[in-house]
Ligand binder design. Structure first.
Ligand SMILES: Cc1ncc(COP(=O)(O)O)c(C=O)c1O
Length: 377
């Protein structure tokens, strides 16, 4: 911060993003309590959730079926698996569901019990937490900006019995890796006895997902499994639904071990409606195209902010120094806006930030606060 400039004054309620318990964005309830407002008064740009959702089709399904909470959920998940099968063009016997992508990842690592979990960082922190929960050794492979896929290093490292966790599109950079970049490597590593988990939690945001997705491999190679999430694209993080797509024998093994009732009936009903709602996806892709173009012309062209081209509904920004990032984050907090600071476990420094793309009005509101904070620093 320049000499003579005032720091943004923040109240004692400002949550220290370095403090324990801030491994994730989306801490809306905690923020609302601290600011003494209702959760919907917080503008959450820290979790990357589709601002157009939940789709009205999903909300309708919820209100129609709320009475079903008096029964145990459908433990076969059959209607959701059929809806996923139609949406992803994958046979139902390759699909199982979990309570969010996070539970699906947990079930996978628990069932596969690999020799090592190899995580390309920066990465979603639950990969490491799940591995640690199951006592699995972790190997971290750092990826530096511009986050090119570290194919050679992985090829030298991966050995029989390893699990590789690969996130595409990548959180937090927003970079998507086309199949041509990794397909032949996946075949080679799978033949070596490596199991590849491809976390495609944000893949539905890409209108041309078929160029990037590993689904064709997940249904033809035993050593490749894809993880999908309904929570981001359909804005259902509070209900939670994730899916795994892999070999029928792996699906059978996981479903015979898992908690039969972890996916509640309301989540199942909402997801069935949402996965059938092709118009909602079209609307989302149209919104995202506009939001990305807007972000490029504002954040992307500011001389003091370095951003990376994103394919997803969030963008990664680097400030000239950590103090500027703190100053901007504090100004946003004072205006009821949450953003995701990225440091420590993600392998990025405190000068990095991830911001979700929101509605046009919300994006402008966030940008105005950022501009004012920068003028003041
Ligand atoms: C890359 C990635 N995968 C998976 C998840 C978890 O998704 P879910 O809410 O379905 O558990 C997240 C959530 O932030 C994520 O960023």
């Amino acid at each position: 911060m320049g000499a003579g400039k005032r720091a943004v004054r923040v109240g004692p309620q400002y949550p220290d993003p370095l403090a324990a318990g801030h491994d994730h964005g989306g801490q809306v309830h905690e923020a609302a309590r601290l600011r003494q407002v209702e959760p919907h008064a917080i503008l959450d740009a820290s979790a990357s959730i589709n601002p157009l959702g939940p789709p009205s089709s999903a909300l309708q399904a919820l209100s129609d079926l709320a009475g079903l909470v008096r029964h145990y959920p459908d433990s076969t998940h059959e209607p959701v698996r059929r809806a996923l099968s139609a949406a992803l063009a994958v046979p139902t016997d390759h699909i199982w569901c979990g309570n969010g992508a996070t539970e699906v990842l947990d079930q996978l690592l628990y069932t596969l019990r690999p020799r090592r979990v190899c995580i390309v960082e920066p990465a979603f922190s639950e990969y490491g937490r799940v591995a640690a929960r199951h006592g699995l050794p972790i190997e971290r492979i750092a990826m530096k900006p511009p986050f090119s896929y570290p194919a050679d290093r992985l090829d030298a490292l991966l050995a029989e019995g390893d699990v590789l966790v690969f996130n595409n599109p990548h959180n937090p950079s927003g970079r998507a890796y086309p199949r041509s970049e990794w397909e032949s490597l996946f075949w080679r590593w799978a033949a070596r006895g490596v199991h590849i988990l491809v976390d495609e939690a944000f893949m539905d945001f890409l209108p041309d997902a078929s160029r990037f997705s590993a689904l064709p491999l997940a249904t033809s190679v035993d050593g490749v499994t894809v993880v999908r999430s309904a929570t981001k694209i359909f804005a259902l993080p509070g209900l939670r639904l994730g899916a795994g797509i892999g070999s029928p024998s792996l699906v059978h093994k996981i479903t015979s071990l898992r908690d039969p009732w972890s996916v509640n009936q309301l989540a199942q009903a909402a997801a069935v409606a949402a996965y059938k709602d092709a118009a909602f996806l079209q609307e989302t892709w149209q919104w995202l195209e506009g939001a990305r173009a807007w972000a490029e012309g504002t954040w992307g062209s500011h001389p003091r902010i370095h951003t990376f081209p994103t394919t997803a509904n969030f963008m990664l920004a680097r400030w000239p120094e950590a103090a500027v990032a703190s100053h901007v984050a504090a100004a946003l907090w004072n205006n009821g806006v949450l953003v995701r600071r990225l440091h420590g476990s993600l392998g990025l420094g405190a000068e990095w930030m991830r911001i979700a793309l929101r509605t046009p009005e919300e994006n402008v509101r966030i940008w105005r606060v950022v501009q004012a904070a920068l003028d003041d620093s």
